[in-house]
Design a protein. Structure first.
Length: 221
């Protein structure tokens, strides 16, 4: 009897481990990502908040995200202006700047210009920078932001699903989600998705707000 009970316990333990692995890799149901501070990072996979930056009251109704890559943190810091922020992600040193159309930076290793990012002139805003590494099929819960979101994809493919359609961003491309639009974000294709993300949001509100009942229809599968 003891041997039978032990065998049953072993099978249950094995099944529990297999189920946990399947969930981790999205094999028995969709895996949802939550954004956490980069200081809590214990693995590569997930959404990690790199930094928050107060922007103050912005006067332009349309801004752009200028993303530059440098050989070292010191080089990026030397090039940084008053509206720039320097961070490390995916083995590179990045200079991020939020400016109006046509802005130029001398000596910049320009990677992307993403926009327009439409905001309310005179409103107080903050910026949140993130990096996201998702396995194919990994997604976010439905939500929206009180401000625009921009994503630059380094590898793989990302898909925004909204009530009125979808937007797909591939490696080397930037895409924008307008302020207030309900959406989910899903890693599509067959390759691991690595992206840098920026959310410019009204400082008086949380940067991310939950869906009010909308559920995605699977447009990004």
């Amino acid at each position: 009897m003891k041997a039978v009970r032990y065998a049953r316990h072993s099978r249950r333990h094995l099944l529990a481990n297999i189920t946990a692995l399947m969930l981790a890799f999205g094999l028995c149901g969709q895996v949802f990502a939550q954004c956490r501070p980069v200081g809590e990072r214990t693995q590569e996979i997930g959404c990690w908040i790199i930094e928050r930056q107060p922007l103050g009251k912005l006067q332009s109704a349309s801004l752009f995200w200028y993303l530059d890559r440098y050989g070292s943190i010191e080089e990026a810091q030397a090039a940084k202006g008053p509206k720039g922020i320097v961070f490390e992600a995916y083995g590179s040193s990045w200079l991020s700047t939020i400016e109006q159309a046509g802005w130029r930076q001398a000596g910049a290793g320009r990677v992307a210009v993403i926009g327009p990012l439409r905001i309310k002139p005179g409103e107080d805003y903050s910026a949140q920078y993130m990096e996201g590494t998702f396995t194919p099929g990994m997604s976010t819960q439905p939500h929206y932001h009180p401000g625009p979101e921009a994503i630059y994809t380094l590898t793989g493919e990302v898909c925004f699903e909204m009530p009125h359609g979808k937007i797909v961003g591939r490696a080397g491309e930037g895409i924008v989600m307008e302020s207030g639009h309900l959406h989910t974000l899903t890693a599509t294709g067959t390759e691991q998705r690595r992206s840098l993300a920026l959310v410019i949001y009204e400082s008086a509100q949380p940067w991310r707000l939950p869906s009010a009942g909308w559920e995605p229809q699977g447009l990004c599968k």
